[in-house]
Design a protein around this ligand. Structure first.
Ligand code: PLP
Ligand code: ZN
Length: 413
């Protein structure tokens, strides 16, 4: 593990989540070893019957974590689909826009890709209890993997800010839920302190093994495309773990010769939770913190932990960071839901961002674009039923008598 700030190195078996200088740690790989791995090996594993080959994470295991297959804690995860719908081309303003649906993971979000690796590491270092701060998806994923690995699960949630779907799921898998009086950023600070002082293993994306697992969103997407890289990858951004992972995945894939060109990242925040956008807009002059408020609860984060790594990812890919309003992201969600795909509000930022950047001319209409959908449509049922201000409501369910006349009336003849 190497510090991204000062370069200090630590053994991968050491139990720590940050450098002594406070910097983020990253797993470093020998580029020559990566270059020895061939995409044909990964492709052949797709038809294997073994769980670690079927896993869209462990299929790439030599570039994720060096561990014997017997030690792997896998559901399996990944293996998510890549969608195309004509109606969404029209919405985005580009032909052939694809959607990598990470909501199809076992617990309904991409967090499973990081969690399978970080849980495997937790077992490897002998942890007995694992913890995270979460807006609901990380906690659901942690709870499921901890249950499988027989580890105690303790999650720190901002009180009253977690959707009913995510809270129910986290409870169902048996985690102890601590509802912190404060926002996500307060819960994040508290769990970091708890990990240091109480010896609980931390599974937030500050843990570099989460990032190693999440790289495979990009690798599996490239594999879906026959290793022919797109021009743009659009991703919603909250705590910036994914943005960081995508940058690392693209750098490693390019250096290993798996792809010939490096796609540009479009990193999309909600305008009420936009600290990374603010920093980007002023050429990284200041690292901003905001009091976050947005309907997209998964990215309601004001002080993103992986800022430094994410900035490197944007610079490496010549990426763009932007913001979209709650109405814009909910309109994009309507389009995705209405195309029969479905996603949670935060996920739709990817499409809303592409539509905006096509309108400004930054993304050309002929560009090859992949949007990542981060979470499942059922993660936030309330927002679908209740809607938000400024968004036309969906038709309400109609109650009728059990007669054919009532049906005729309800369907308008
Ligand atoms: C966690 C999450 C995000 C944000 O990802 P980061 O890595 O924190 O930037 C976006 N959408 C959904 C559905 C999530 O669960
Ligand atoms: Zn350091």
């Amino acid at each position: 593990m190497r510090c991204v700030t000062c370069g200090q190195e630590y053994a991968v078996t050491e139990l720590r989540y940050a450098c002594d200088c406070g910097g983020l740690l990253e797993i470093v790989r020998d580029p020559r070893e990566l270059a020895r791995l061939k995409t044909s090996t990964f492709d052949a594993r797709r038809t294997s019957g073994d769980p670690w080959d079927q896993s869209g994470v462990w299929r790439f295991r030599e570039a994720v974590m060096d561990v014997g297959t017997a030690a792997i804690v896998t559901h399996p995860e990944g293996g998510t689909r890549l969608y195309h719908r004509d109606a969404l081309d029209a919405y985005a303003g580009v032909a052939g826009v694809r959607f990598k649906h990470e909501g199809e993971n076992p617990t309904g979000s991409f967090k499973d890709r990081g969690m399978t690796v970080a849980t495997t590491q937790a077992k490897r270092v002998g942890a007995t209890a694992v913890a995270c701060a979460s807006t609901g998806n990380t906690s659901s994923s942690l709870a499921a993997y901890a249950a499988q690995a027989k580890l105690r699960a303790i999650v720190f949630l901002p009180e009253g800010k977690v959707t009913i779907g995510k809270m129910a799921q986290t409870l169902a898998y048996g985690a102890l839920c601590l509802q912190v009086r404060g926002d996500f950023d307060a819960a994040m600070r508290l769990v970091s302190e708890a990990a240091d002082k109480l010896g609980i293993y931390l599974l937030n994306s500050k843990n570099p093994w989460r990032i190693e697992g999440q790289k495979t969103i990009v690798w599996e997407m490239l594999q879906d495309l026959g290793w022919d890289a797109p021009d743009w990858i659009s991703v919603p951004a909250g705590n910036l773990g994914n943005t960081s992972a995508f940058g690392k995945a693209l750098k490693e894939a390019h250096e290993a010769g798996w792809i010939k060109t490096v796609p540009r990242l479009l990193c999309v925040q909600a305008s009420g939770a936009n600290p990374f956008f603010k920093s980007f807009a002023e050429q990284w002059k200041t690292r901003h913190k905001v009091a976050a408020e947005t309907v997209a609860s998964a990215i309601r984060i004001g002080d993103p932990v992986s800022y430094d790594k994410a900035r490197t990812a944007i610079e490496y890919t010549q990426g763009i960071v932007t913001e979209v309003t709650d109405v814009e992201l909910m309109m994009a969600k309507r389009a995705i839901d209405g195309a029969g795909i479905g996603c949670e509000p935060a996920s739709a930022c990817s499409l809303a961002g592409v539509r905006q950047q096509v309108a400004t001319g930054a993304i050309k209409p002929g560009a090859r674009v992949v949007c990542v959908l981060t979470g499942n449509v059922l993660k936030d049922p309330d927002v679908i039923v209740k809607g938000i201000d400024g968004l036309p409501p969906l038709p309400a369910p109609v109650v009728i008598d059990p007669t054919i006349e009532a049906v005729r009336k309800a369907v308008g003849g």
